[in-house]
Every structure is written in structure tokens, then in C-alpha cells.
Write a protein that binds this ligand. Structure first.
Ligand SMILES: C[S@@+](CC[C@H](N)C(=O)[O-])C[C@H]1O[C@@H](n2cnc3c(N)ncnc32)[C@H](O)[C@@H]1O
Length: 275
């Protein structure tokens, strides 16, 4: 009899909503979900998963940000960006491509005797060739123009400061503000998603709560004229949220990238020109 009992996690994973979710290709969210034959079959057939592997992108979701950027041109060389809900790092890779592609990676180390010595050996490397990790916290804080926030740990990416923390906690904003050295950023993107319950209405509301957190975060840390992108799950209250966004940005668009799975109710708000 005991063999037929399911743990709460197994029960959760067997619900249709959870199975229908568009999940990261390289890191399934729910431990044993990766063992699901259905998940593996879908991943195997998915052209974006194969292409992400070929291009060494950490998640198929990287293509969503590429599509958003192709349409709205948000990422530019030297842009300062915050990536909320960044793990495993697909969006941060796309941000790094655009931010560091046509320029030297900005290294703003303090000019001490020690750092001068270090700079003479390493500051001429481009972002593509420099895969070394920053050697000190100070260097991490000053060398990068991309900050990636997630609850989960994330493998380092050159030029990206990874902050493992709960984005919704008040101290998260304070910590990021300190890392930014008081400066504002040009772009804030949020692909954050909560742990899904499998009940669409609850998942919708939880996602909208994260959108709202990200919006108020952007109100404080995004420069006037800057852009904000956030993922949501359709379910009703996004219409009201769009009205709120329109009071804060001159243009607000809803965009569903082709690479977002057709059976997923996710879409993105793309907000331009912070007032
Ligand atoms: C769809 S994944 C992001 C995929 C990522 N954009 C990429 O391309 O690799 C959503 C992420 O949101 C993160 N997340 C959810 N709630 C969060 C919170 N309160 N604070 C920080 N991260 C959160 C999850 O840990 C998860 O890694």
C-alpha cells in the first residue's frame, strides 16, 4: 500500500498545469520532473532547446529576450542592466552579448599600486576572451554593467555580477543600490516566475505580484527614459496592471515571442521611456 502513496511534490508534478508550463531547457525546476518521459520527449523535439545547446546558451528562454530585443532594441553597448530571476543565466548571456559585444569590457578598478599591476596584465582582454572570474568582491562590484538576481545559485558569466537573494525582500533593493554605487540603470528585465502550484488562478496572481515588485523596483533603480520588461501569465488582472504601467512609461506593449511555447499563457510587458 505504501508504494502507492505520493509525496506532495509527486502530486504537484502530476497535475496538468505543471506539465503544461514552459520550463527552462537546461534546468528543470522541480527535482524529479526531469525524469518525466513527457518532459524529455518535448525537450528532444523542441528546436529552441537544440539551438540553445548548439549556441551554448543556458536556457531556451534566451531566444525570448533575443526576440524582444530584435523588435524593441533595448540592449546597447555599455548599457547598465539588471536581470531579475536570472538563473540559470540565458537572459544574462543575451544581455552580455549586447552590452559587451562592440566594446571592451569596462574595467573600472581602483587605481592602487596593486590594481595597476593587475590591470597591465588583464584590462585589454575582450569580454569574449575573458572568462576569468573576478578576483575580489570589489572587482565584481565595479567591473560589470549587468547585475543578475535570483533565489537560486547561478554559474558565473563574465561581466555579470550574480546576486543570490530573494528579490522581494526590502534588503534586496538596498543591496543592489549599494552594488550600483548610487547610479541608475538603463534596462531592467524580469523573467521571474514563482514556484507553480498547478492552479492557474493562483499562479497568475503570484506572477503578477512579482511583476508589481519588479515595477516598483524599477521605479527606484531605472533612469528616466529607461526600459523595463517583465514576464506575466495571462489570467485577467494583467489588464489592470497594464494601466498602471502606462502611468509610469510612455509606451507599453504586450509581446509574445515565437520562442515562447504556444501552450504557455506567458507573455511579456515591454515598457519604454520611463517617465
Ligand atoms: C523562468 S526562470 C528564469 C530563466 C532565465 N531568464 C534564463 O534565461 O535563464 C525564473 C526564475 O525566477 C526566479 N525567481 C522566482 N522568484 C524569485 C524571487 N522572489 N527572487 C529572485 N528570483 C526569483 C526563479 O528562481 C527562477 O530561476
Amino acid at each position: 500500500m505504501a508504494a502507492t502513496l505520493r509525496t506532495p511534490l509527486q502530486a504537484l508534478l502530476s497535475t496538468p498545469h505543471v506539465v503544461r508550463r514552459g520550463l527552462s531547457s537546461t534546468r528543470p525546476w522541480y527535482g524529479s520532473y526531469s525524469d518525466s518521459k513527457r518532459w524529455l520527449r518535448r525537450q528532444h523535439k523542441d528546436v529552441y532547446v537544440r539551438e540553445a545547446q548548439r549556441q551554448q546558451l543556458r536556457a531556451r528562454s534566451a531566444f525570448k529576450l533575443r526576440e524582444i530585443d530584435e523588435k524593441y532594441r533595448l540592449i546597447f553597448p555599455g548599457a547598465r542592466c539588471i536581470d531579475c530571476g536570472a538563473a540559470p543565466g540565458g537572459w544574462s548571456q543575451v544581455l552580455a552579448e549586447g552590452v559587451y559585444s562592440r566594446q571592451q569590457r569596462p574595467l573600472k578598478r581602483p587605481q592602487t599600486a596593486d590594481s595597476n599591476q593587475k590591470d597591465s596584465t588583464s584590462s585589454h582582454k575582450s569580454s569574449q576572451s575573458d572568462n576569468s572570474l573576478p578576483t575580489s568582491l570589489h572587482e565584481m562590484e565595479t567591473a560589470d554593467s549587468i547585475w543578475a538576481v535570483d533565489l537560486l545559485p547561478m554559474e558565473p558569466i563574465s561581466g555579470v555580477t550574480v546576486c543570490q537573494m530573494d528579490f522581494t525582500l526590502p534588503q534586496a533593493k538596498a543591496r543592489l543600490r549599494a552594488l550600483l554605487g548610487g547610479e541608475l540603470v538603463d534596462l531592467i528585465v524580469s523573467d521571474m516566475a514563482p514556484s507553480f502550484t498547478g492552479t492557474h488562478s493562483i499562479d497568475h496572481i503570484r506572477t503578477m505580484n512579482l511583476c508589481e515588485d519588479a515595477l516598483y523596483f524599477a521605479q527606484d533603480l531605472l533612469r528616466p527614459g529607461g526600459a523595463f520588461v517583465c514576464k506575466f501569465i495571462m489570467g485577467g488582472t494583467e489588464r489592470e496592471f497594464k494601466l498602471l504601467l502606462q502611468t509610469k512609461y510612455t509606451k507599453v506593449r504586450v509581446f509574445k515571442p515565437k520562442s515562447s511555447r504556444a501552450d504557455s499563457s506567458e507573455a511579456y510587458f515591454v515598457c519604454l521611456g520611463k517617465r
